[in-house]
Design a binder for this molecule. Sequence first.
Ligand SMILES: [Zn+2]
Length: 237
Amino acid sequence: MTYTCPVCGKTFCSKHFETWWNPKTFNYESGSWSLATYCSDHFDKWWDPNKFSWRKASWRLAHCCPDYFDIWWDENKYDWEEGSDDLAKYCSDHFDKWWDKSKFNWEEGSRELAQYCSKYFDKWWNQLSFNWYDASWALAQYCYMHFDKWWNVDSFNWDQSSSLAQYCSQYFDIWWNPKRYDWLFSSAALAKYCSQYFDIWWDENKFDWDASWALAKYCSKQFLKWWNPDKYNAKYI
Ligand SMILES: [Zn+2]
């Protein structure tokens, strides 16, 4: 069944919602997703927790109807598997009402927790549950102010090394690890964001000389320390 607006012909038209909406015949099984997505302005008129398809559209409530959170929230009906990341992203203002560390999908939602719920860090942080593999960079970028609490040299995904150089340079002394650092993809970030620690990290055998341009641009003061005509690569300058 489609729900076409008799005025303008759009389906699930929010502007002329009253003209096509009929709660008696509406098929919530197939239409919940679209209601939440396109008709959030009329939430009060269509909301029915017993008919709404929580399985198909929970995450659209979090995404499109965060203003009505207090009305629709039900921790037992919400689909945590699909919608944990949307809760963290769109309903962070209601964090205290929905947070449940055993229900939250850490695999899918760790990045969003770090990105959108950093001010509740002390409430959600759990180093055993956090998805370090995917979201280490988000800790570095959005939760640098809590660095002391989350930093773990063995758990951090060093493939995301450049995020440390870029966002946690003030903690350089703590995280710097020349054996773990991803020189291949993150040499430029060292030169760009950690030039003040040049003497500590510089290693001409480890540095990726494809990032020579970054040395030239950001470490010109240390020119005499790194200049090596045999290694210098002018290709990206
Ligand atoms: Zn219309």
